[in-house]
Design a protein around this ligand. Structure first.
Ligand code: ZN
Length: 351
C-alpha cells in the first residue's frame, strides 16, 4: 500500500508517493532511534517519485484542486503504482488549516478561503482517506520522522522564507493547541513596538528574521552607505543577481564587506533572540533551521549557537544538555514527504 503527499504552494504544487512498508516503522518516534546508524541516508529513498506543476494561483480553488488530484494520479502512475493501491492522500497548504474538518480557512497567496479541501480531494480522486494540514506542520513532521530530528522526542523546526513557519513536534505529534492555530513561531514579538508585521502586529519575528526582512535591512543599509559615501560591495553583488536577495549580504560579508558584516550580525542577533525564546519555552533536543537561508550553513549556525548558548536560561548546564542547533535535512521535499507521512500516520492502521 502507498500514501501520496500533495504540497500546495503559491508557485508550485508538488506531489510525491511513499510505500507504506518503508515508513510504517518510523511513525512511532522510538523506532527511529533504535536504528539510528544512518537515519539520514534513509530519507532520500523514502520518496519513490515526485512531480510538480505550476499553481497558477489566479485560478479558482476548485480548478487548482482538480489539477492537484490529477497530479496525484500522475505520480502513482509514474511510480508504477496502481491508484487502487493508494491508501491515503495528505494535502498541505500555507495558512490556517483545520485538520479535523479538512477545511483550509485562509491560505494567503493561494485563493483557498474556507475551502473544504478534504471534500474536494475526495470527490476528485475517489479516495476517502484524506488528511489536510498546514505546510509548516508537515515539513516539521517530516524532519522529525525521517530528517534532522529523527530519533529524538522533542524537536523544533523553524522554516525561514518570505515568511516564517515552524512547529514543535513532541513524542511523534505536532503540537497545535486546542484550536489548531498554535506553532505560529513567526508571530511572536522580539521588538515590542517594532516593525509592522504581515499579521498586523508590531515587532514580530517574521518582521525581523524572514528573508523579506533581511532584504529590507540590506536595502536600508545600501541606501545609508550611498548617502554617506561608505564603500560597500552590496550594490555590485546585487546587480549581478538582478536585485537584492537573501544571499546578497552573506555573499558580500564573505568577501570582507564591513557594511554586509554589520547587516548579517544584526540579522543573526534578531534570529538568536527568537530561537533563545523558543529554547527557553520548549527545550527541544534538536532545533532545525530550514528554508533557503539554511544553505548558509555554518556562516549562519556558528554565530547563532555562540549567542544562544551564552544567553539561554540553562546555559550553566553541561553542554551535552544543550539543544543541538542544525540545518534541516530534507530541503524542499520536507512538505510533500510530511504530507504523505501525516496521512500515513492517520490512516495506516484504520480500515
Ligand atoms: Zn506577525
Amino acid at each position: 500500500m502507498y500514501h501520496i503527499g500533495i504540497d500546495l504552494g503559491g508557485t508550485n504544487i508538488v506531489a510525491g508517493i511513499l510505500r507504506e512498508s518503508d515508513i510504517a516503522p518510523l511513525l512511532s518516534f522510538r523506532s527511529c532511534s533504535s536504528d539510528d546508524s544512518q537515519p539520514f541516508a534513509f530519507c532520500g529513498s523514502c520518496l519513490l517519485y515526485k512531480e510538480s506543476i505550476p499553481t497558477l494561483p489566479s485560478r479558482s480553488a476548485e480548478e487548482i484542486m482538480a489539477d492537484a488530484a490529477s497530479l496525484a494520479r500522475t505520480v502513482a502512475h509514474s511510480a508504477g503504482v496502481d491508484f487502487r493501491d493508494v491508501t491515503s492522500i495528505g494535502f498541505v497548504s500555507p495558512g490556517t488549516v483545520n485538520p479535523v474538518s479538512g477545511v483550509v480557512e485562509f491560505a494567503g497567496n493561494v485563493p483557498f478561503n474556507n475551502f473544504d479541501a478534504k471534500l474536494h480531494l475526495r470527490h476528485n480522486t475517489g479516495i476517502d482517506k484524506i488528511t489536510v494540514d498546514n505546510d509548516a506542520n508537515a515539513a516539521a513532521y517530516a524532519e522529525a520522522v525521517v530528517g534532522a530530528g529523527c530519533g529524538v522526542r522533542d524537536f523544533l523546526m523553524i522554516t525561514i522564507g518570505t515568511g516564517i513557519g515552524g512547529a514543535f513536534v513532541s513524542a511523534g505529534d505536532v503540537q497545535r493547541g486546542f484550536n489548531f492555530a498554535g506553532g505560529e513561531f513567526g508571530h511572536t514579538v522580539i521588538v515590542a513596538g517594532g516593525e509592522k508585521c504581515t499579521c498586523g502586529r508590531l515587532g514580530c519575528v517574521e518582521a525581523y528574521c524572514s528573508i523579506n526582512a533581511l532584504i529590507r535591512m540590506t536595502l536600508d543599509e545600501m541606501a545609508r552607505a550611498d548617502a554617506t559615501g561608505e564603500h560597500t560591495l552590496l550594490s555590485d553583488i546585487a546587480a549581478k543577481t538582478s536585485g537584492v536577495n537573501g544571499k546578497t549580504a552573506f555573499d558580500a560579508m564573505r568577501r570582507g564587506d564591513k557594511v554586509a558584516e554589520s547587516i548579517v550580525s544584526r540579522y543573526i542577533y534578531y534570529l538568536s533572540t527568537a530561537l533563545t525564546n523558543y529554547i527557553n519555552i520548549f527545550q527541544p533536543e534538536i532545533l532545525a533551521v530550514g528554508g533557503g537561508i539554511s544553505k548558509e550553513g555554518e556562516y549562519l549556525l556558528s554565530p547563532l549557537r555562540r549567542i544562544i548558548y551564552s544567553e539561554m536560561f540553562n546555559r550553566r548546564q553541561r553542554p551535552n544538555k544543550y539543544t543541538k542547533i542544525v540545518t534541516a535535512s530534507l530541503g524542499g521535499d520536507a512538505g510533500v514527504i510530511g504530507a504523505a507521512l501525516l496521512a500515513a500516520k492517520e490512516w495506516s492502521n484504520k480500515k
